[in-house]
Design a protein around this ligand. Sequence first.
Ligand SMILES: Cc1cc2nc3c(=O)[nH]c(=O)nc-3n(C[C@H](O)[C@H](O)[C@H](O)COP(=O)(O)O)c2cc1C
Length: 180
Amino acid sequence: MKILIAYASKHGTTQKCVERLMRNLQGMEVEAVNLEQATVDPNIYDMVVFGASVYFGKLRPAARRFLTEYEALLMQKPLALFLCCGLTEEYEHYRQKLLPAALRENAFQTAFFGGSLSTEGLSFLEKLLVRSIRSSLYEESIDNGDYTAPSLPGILPENIDKLATYLRQEAIRLTDESHK
Ligand SMILES: Cc1cc2nc3c(=O)[nH]c(=O)nc-3n(C[C@H](O)[C@H](O)[C@H](O)COP(=O)(O)O)c2cc1C
């Protein structure tokens, strides 16, 4: 059972999530490809995991290109999806808006891996943007009557580990089915 993890990560958060997922899948035949750096044809894989981070309310362009090119093929594969974003409360909205409905329905799991609003390693303009996202979170909590600074988001290891468990179970189920 060959598994592809096709993901798009600009500043490394999604990549860190994928590294944890890979560690959890040790012993299985898994390949991870960062779509920002390389292209991959999912055709030769038995199962596909697709994940990307959100920038300016959209998936990374490389991720969008991958979905456009391979949506029909992904409909025929056992599929799992995940997203990373800085605005935790927007995850559900992004899930519905950014992942094609047909793929969401075909996916046996869709997960949220968390995200970062750290400014480390960002360009000047990106830092401005991330600071303004952080300020909006702060303003929102003040509007809600809470005067303590909201905690910054981070990676959600438990969600990554849970997806790894589902992937293992699905791989076992599919292998058993193919032996019947
Ligand atoms: C320029 C910029 C724009 C961003 N826009 C959004 C956004 O619209 N919504 C959101 O929830 N997070 C946004 N984020 C946060 C990213 O989704 C988050 O940092 C994520 O962890 C990045 O993952 P990556 O390093 O794998 O690319 C933005 C971050 C940057 C630097």
